[in-house]
Ligand binder design. Structure first.
Ligand code: ATP
Ligand code: ZN
Length: 296
């Protein structure tokens, strides 16, 4: 692959569980994806960025080698790849909040499980041999890892293994195969990753702009703008209750001496419970509004 030196390259899953959410995130950050005939790459029309459409398993290698400066991949795939001995380093820029799943140990319903020691001497089928080995080592357990590249959930029925270690989100697939999760090896979600290689000054500048746009979208997902009125004596208590807010803006209310409007960006979820507490502390006319864009 020869790559244009004036453009950034983001490795994304071509088609699969991460593709749609990755595209939605990029669109939300204002990147217009040109849907062309090329099935290996897609150009961003309004930013010097190309999406390289690949299998998720290849993303850590592309990013580690610097073939792509950035990538979007599950923590499960990244950590499995980075446990390989000669793996060059990759940096995690930000967790993206989608593609949530967990790498779990599961067993047939009838199997007794009493913590990791129940795995001693067992055969465990998985597509994640290094993560599983790390889990076993951490718990001081010796077991046989049976490496499979797919259909891991069939292993117990085929009597290839007594346990499996596989990705689970809802658990429906396990249940359909008469299995139940008994332990967790890794909690995972999609990550934005970047190469550990040094970028040219031009690319570093582009990278900074790209990341701040993506981080802006991530920050607004949970963030809300809160406005409320409060008497002077309650201001301190109320300011301390606002979830994830830095210094709020406090403005005097016209014609109501001793009363103030409080405005703040809350960077954490605002629940009804929080509103109740604010009200209890003396706040009134509480408004919570979504934030469309934010650049810190
Ligand atoms: P590829 O063809 O790109 O190799 P794949 O079949 O390996 O695709 P997918 O099943 O599309 O991969 O899953 C991609 C990623 O989505 C997983 O590595 C994981 O991080 C995440 N994911 C989220 N929920 C699940 C789930 N229930 N099962 C499997 N992966 C999940
Ligand atoms: Zn894959």
């Amino acid at each position: 692959m020869t790559l244009d030196n004036a453009r950034l390259h983001l490795a994304v899953q071509k088609s699969g569980r991460l593709s749609q959410d990755t595209r939605d995130l990029l669109r939300g950050a204002g990147f217009r994806i040109q849907e062309g005939k090329n099935s290996l790459a897609a150009r961003i029309e309004n930013f010097p960025l190309d999406l390289m459409l690949v299998r998720d398993d290849d993303i850590p290698t592309f990013v580690a080698d610097g073939v792509c400066e950035f990538g979007v991949v599950g923590r499960n795939v990244l950590e499995e790849a980075s446990l390989e001995e000669s793996a060059p380093p990759v940096e995690v820029v930000a967790p993206l909040g989608f593609g949530r799943c967990a790498l779990r140990i599961a067993a047939p319903e009838s199997t007794l499980y009493d913590g990791p020691r129940s795995l001693g001497g067992a055969r465990i089928a998985t597509s994640y041999p290094r993560l599983l080995q790390r889990f076993l080592d951490t718990n001081g357990i010796e077991a046989t890892i049976v490496k499979m590249s797919g259909a891991v959930e069939l292993a117990p029925r085929l009597q290839i293994a007594g346990f499996i270690c596989d990705l689970v989100s809802t658990g429906a697939t396990l249940e359909a195969n008469g299995l139940r999760p008994v332990d967790t090896v890794l909690e995972s979600e999609a990550l934005l990753i970047r190469t550990g290689k040094t970028l040219s000054p031009e690319k570093a500048e582009l990278a900074g702009r790209m990341m701040s746009r993506i981080e802006g979208v991530l920050a607004t997902q949970e963030s809300k703008y809160i406005m409320l009125n409060a008497p002077e004596e309650a201001l301190e208590t109320i300011a301390a209750m606002l979830p994830g807010a830095e210094a709020p803006t406090i403005l005097p209310l016209a014609g109501r001496p001793g009363h103030y409007a409080v405005h703040a960006v809350c960077k954490e979820s605002v629940f009804w419970e929080t509103l109740q507490k604010l009200k209890g502390a003396g706040a009134s006319a509480i408004l919570v509004v979504p934030i469309e864009k934010m650049m810190m």
